[in-house]
Design a protein around this ligand. Structure first.
Ligand code: ZN
Length: 198
């Protein structure tokens, strides 16, 4: 039986479909929202809608942004000759939190996975190769240390080697199978500093 009105149940289910939000959290959020003044709820809804509508991919690194070029690619303070390859925008955010990386990024939006039928053409590899035609001194591969992340790293390394650009891989301070976004900044920095040539 539906303990609440079907509309509230729908809200709980909708919130519960978000990552990291279980049924109890979804219930708490739903009732919290229902007790808020309606203008405040409308403001939250508007922010979500406006952000979603204005978001796009940076035309250089393909991270999510609301501008043509993300703030990192647009910054003159960054070293545009060093590119760090990450699987997703969350991994980029993890490295940005260290505050120590001065290069730019390239977001693949996934990793090669023969098991899941994700091939090289399904991630932003063509765009990466295109960027490498510019004056680039180092490509740091910071994909996750999962099977997919390692497969992707090897694939990119083979692809880039003939260009003569230095290719490095972040050190294995990052636990096997670990998601970059869950790892603390010190470990991330150690992995970056201890990177090895591929
Ligand atoms: Zn960018």
């Amino acid at each position: 039986m539906d303990a609440y009105s079907s509309q509230i149940t729908k809200l709980i289910e909708t919130l519960g479909s978000l990552p990291g939000i279980g049924t109890k959290s979804a219930q708490r959020l739903a009732f919290h929202l229902m007790n808020m003044p309606s203008e405040k709820v409308a403001a939250i809804a508007d922010t979500i809608k406006e952000t979603r509508n204005s978001i796009r991919f940076c035309k250089s690194c393909f991270t999510l942004t609301d501008r043509e070029l993300c703030p990192i690619c647009a910054s003159e303070k960054r070293d545009h000759k060093t590119i760090m390859v990450v699987e997703n925008t969350r991994d980029l955010a993890a490295y940005e939190r260290t505050g120590k990386y001065e290069g730019v990024y390239h977001v693949l939006h996934g990793a090669i996975s023969p098991m899941l039928g994700i091939g090289p053409a399904d991630i932003r590899l063509t765009e990466l190769m295109h960027r490498l035609q510019q004056d680039i001194t180092e490509l740091i591969i910071a994909t996750n240390s999962s099977l997919e992340g390692e497969t992707t790293a090897m694939y990119i390394s083979k692809l880039v080697k003939p260009t003569g650009i230095k290719v490095t891989r972040i050190a294995s301070g990052v636990p096997v199978g670990g998601d970059l976004e869950c790892i603390d900044e010190v470990t991330l920095l150690r992995a970056l500093e201890g990177r090895i040539d591929l």
